[in-house]
Design a protein around this ligand. Structure first.
Ligand SMILES: [Zn+2]
Ligand SMILES: [Zn+2]
Length: 237
């Protein structure tokens, strides 16, 4: 049993690392096409971002691997595979619940990470990326990586989710994590400034966090930032 759990954790670490390399690599390539020269002279920083991100991949991979094993072998979690096991309207609802729960957790732990002591010990690693690049998506100190790694593995025990919706959550998490750091806005201005876009976080929003530090803490939605008056609007990265 223990051998299977370790194997699952190792496999998941490999998957998370590969997912990071593919997503960050693809958007770094897109950056070199769309904003040639943007990452010039950032070679040393990118090396650091990749090293911290690979450590984070293991920290994310271990709980994910244990839970994946328990799901397959012990029937843990509330992940379901039959489309009709729950009403179809629940599919988009569960997507929103997962994103909102993750966003809320991120907002408050992120604000905690900006308390001086925790910032010095842990979060300074993420903010060493100035300006961040597509490779900074998982560039976290291990303490911060742990706070991020436990969210989805805990949520799957609490909130029922179809396996395809879960895959979509992980895809959104990966793509937004990379693109929010890549230094330029990939969404059209028309969308970013639309009534819906005004509630969503994209690179124009998170870039301001990396410039000013004490604002724009959110992950997907501007809900908490607006409610707590920490929203300082958009930059034009
Ligand atoms: Zn960031
Ligand atoms: Zn921060």
């Amino acid at each position: 049993m223990w051998f299977a759990i370790v194997l699952s954790a190792l496999a998941m670490t490999g998957i998370v690392a590969a997912r990071y390399a593919l997503a960050s690599g693809a958007f770094a390539l897109a950056t070199s096409r769309r904003r040639p020269g943007l990452y010039d002279r950032l070679g040393k920083q990118i090396g650091r971002e990749i090293r911290w991100s690979l450590v984070s991949a293991a920290i994310y991979g271990i709980p994910a691997g244990v839970v994946a094993w328990g799901w397959q072998e012990r029937g843990w979690t509330r992940i379901y595979t039959e489309w009709t096991a729950l009403p179809l309207w629940y599919l988009p609802v569960s997507l929103l619940i997962y994103l909102f729960a993750h966003d809320s957790w991120f907002y408050w732990t992120h604000r905690l990470m900006h308390r001086p002591r925790l910032f010095r010990i842990a979060h300074a690693v993420h903010h060493a990326s100035r300006p961040p690049t597509a490779w900074a998506a998982m560039s976290f100190h291990p303490i911060e990586a742990v706070t991020g790694a436990v969210v989805i593995p805990l949520l799957v025990f609490l909130v029922p989710v179809h396996v395809a919706v879960l895959a979509l959550v992980l895809t959104i998490m990966t793509v937004m994590g990379v693109t929010n750091h890549m230094g330029w806005e990939m969404f059209p201005a028309r969308f970013v400034h639309s009534p819906l876009g005004k509630w969503l976080i994209t690179a124009s929003h998170h870039h301001v966090h990396h410039q000013a530090y004490n604002c724009n803490y959110g992950l997907y939605f501007r809900f908490w930032d607006r409610l707590c008056q920490t929203d300082r609007g958009l930059s034009a990265p």
